[in-house]
Design a protein around this ligand. Sequence first.
Ligand SMILES: Cc1cc2nc3c(=O)[nH]c(=O)nc-3n(C[C@H](O)[C@H](O)[C@H](O)COP(=O)(O)O)c2cc1C
Length: 176
Amino acid sequence: MDREKVDTFKYVREMNELLKDGGLFLVAEGRDKKPNAMTIGWGFLGTMWAKPVFVTAVRHSRHTYRLMEEAKSWTICVPSKGMAAALEFCGTKSGRDFDKFREMKLTAKKGVGVDAPYIEECPVHIECTTVFKTDMKPGQLEAGIEGEMYKTRDFHMLYFGEVKGVYAAKDAEKLV
Ligand SMILES: Cc1cc2nc3c(=O)[nH]c(=O)nc-3n(C[C@H](O)[C@H](O)[C@H](O)COP(=O)(O)O)c2cc1C
């Protein structure tokens, strides 16, 4: 499937809707070069340091956390309407236990401008390289949120990825 580079913010509205309900995929591979996809619900595309940046939050317990620590680049993949089962699987099963690409019959393709793979079945993908990361520390978040969201102290690492390109497949507008 051929992809064209599109405006960075072209699909931001659709992405925000999916972050609220359904999710996006965060795809990364570590030194072992085995791609893994994790469903994310928290994150945003915006501007930092005069650059387009996607911020994603990965709990330390995730297999993806290790991959993100090893990889320089990663992708955010926007699912099409028929990918609910894959979002569910990738959001409940760990890459430690399953090859999620194989189980969900997803195709990993190398990024256009980065090493990280993307999911070919996703009509839109965003290629990022980590330019900053910051670990959430106890006591810095508003106490009510910290108490509710981090009962097991499984904090998030926040990764800020410079957006190197947003790519859309043919007919992406109809598929997202
Ligand atoms: C809708 C949805 C949104 C999620 N959002 C996040 C998220 O933003 N950050 C996170 O660390 N985990 C999130 N999760 C949980 C992970 O996707 C889940 O724990 C997954 O199995 C981790 O996979 P991994 O171990 O292969 O990295 C979400 C799960 C679902 C179903």
